[in-house]
Design a protein around this ligand. Structure first.
Ligand SMILES: Cc1ncc(C[n+]2csc(CCOP(=O)(O)OP(=O)(O)O)c2C)c(N)n1
Length: 378
């Protein structure tokens, strides 16, 4: 289905406000919304739950439903505001969800998508959100029927979800977003891996950064057992790294995150700034975008994360945008023995032949634990 037609259907539901977190399966939709040719109010907040908040406030102030879009992993972030606020047993707020379907049963996908992919419709059903699936071969009359059902549901104060399969939406419009930085993210990852010692623990974030960490570890160290890849649970790498750092004060822990992930659960910065673990080095590779799912800008592009970290109480916070400065800072912070936050401004883009982890997630977990903490593996 052409994205322009999809947008027209959304408009006919009386929707004027759209908020969400981008997804690769929704690229044409997100690119359209990031363009300048539409009249929607469009917001990309910190996480999907926050987008539900915008939709609720939008309804309270206009009486009109809003649209909230997300990858199906984001359903995890909407469960609380949907069940305890928007549900008919509480404030009874209608809204339309557009959900990208990763881990669709029968299709090969990464481990982090499999379980959520399998239960996506079940969860929506449990949440009392009627739903329908849009695929590349959904016939026109079927699409009309889906949006008629959606309109009916919204008019009855129900929520409704359109689950969008990869390739269901088409467009001629690409992602045009760029930032002004020149440092390549993978080069930054490579410099970080080169600067760590064999005992240091690495925890990396959701998306391509972890795939780059995996490949650069192989290339530089000869294996990737040193790194825990936070393949799902976007925004939780910081707390995973802290969970290790507080137990193992004898180890330097490096947490490598993207700006979208830091933003998603930014409370971690306030917590870490208060805890100030001496063995914690937090690195944010900031490209102002959700690059891994198509390079759409975050809702806070231009923000300086190191200033936020400093205000949150990190004893050391700095920002750099060149390889030369990165090397100097990495050298400096590993000697400091205090919680440090390093913001690295990077350009968009990744290698087209960037690989994916070859082992199962459990194998990687076991390898990581055996490498760092062999005494606990029986
Ligand atoms: C809860 C949740 N929402 C959305 C996604 C889809 N997703 C995977 S990676 C990613 C972008 C990550 O952006 P950032 O942390 O800035 O790193 P970048 O890819 O830009 O390097 C998104 C939105 C997800 N995995 N989980």
């Amino acid at each position: 289905m052409r994205v322009e037609n999809f947008i027209e259907e959304i408009k006919t539901l009386g929707i004027q406000t759209i908020a969400g977190i981008p997804d690769s399966a929704l690229q044409p939709f997100c690119n359209y919304l990031n363009g300048e040719t539409h009249e929607f109010r469009h917001f990309v907040p910190a996480n999907e739950g926050a987008a539900v908040g915008i939709a609720i406030g939008n309804y309270l102030s206009t009486g009109k439903p809003a649209c909230v879009y997300m990858q199906n992993s984001g359903i995890g972030n909407i469960v609380n505001p949907v069940t305890s606020l928007a549900n008919e047993a509480v404030y009874d707020i209608p809204m339309l969800f557009v959900v990208g379907w990763r881990g669709e049963p029968g299709k090969k996908d990464e481990p982090q998508h499999c379980f959520m992919g399998k239960i996506t419709r079940d969860i929506l059903n449990v949440l009392q959100i009627p739903n329908a699936v849009l695929s590349a071969d959904t016939a026109e009359e079927e699409i009309k029927k889906i949006f008629k059902e959606a309109g009916q549901a919204l008019s009855e104060h129900k929520q409704y979800a359109v689950i969008v399969k990869r390739d269901a939406l088409t467009s001629d419009m690409g992602n045009s977003y760029q930032n002004a930085f020149t440092l390549c993210r993978e080069e930054a990852v490579s410099a970080i891996i080169k600067s760590v010692s064999a005992e240091d623990v690495i925890v990396s974030t959701t998306g391509k950064i972890s795939r780059e960490v995996y490949e650069q570890c192989d290339k530089i160290v000869g294996h990737h057992r040193q790194a825990f890849l936070t393949v799902g649970g976007m925004g939780h790498a910081g707390m995973i790294a802290f969970g290790i750092a507080q137990q193992r004060k004898d180890r330097q822990v490096y947490c490598i995150e993207g700006d979208g992930a830091v933003l998603m659960h930014m409370g971690e910065l306030v917590f870490l700034g208060k805890q100030q673990p001496e063995n914690f080095i937090h690195i944010c590779l900031n490209n102002d975008a959700h690059e891994s799912v198509g390079g759409m800008p975050t809702g806070v592009a231009g923000q300086n994360f190191f200033e936020i970290a400093r205000a949150c109480g990190y004893p050391y916070a700095a920002c750099i945008d060149s390889l030369r400065e990165l090397k100097v800072e990495l050298e400096k912070i590993r000697k400091m023995k205090k919680a440090a936050f390093l913001e690295v401004k990077v350009k968009l883009g990744a290698r087209t032949d960037l690989g994916r982890p070859k082992e199962s997630a459990v194998e990687n977990r076991n390898n990581f634990m055996t490498y760092h903490f062999p005494e606990i593996i029986r």
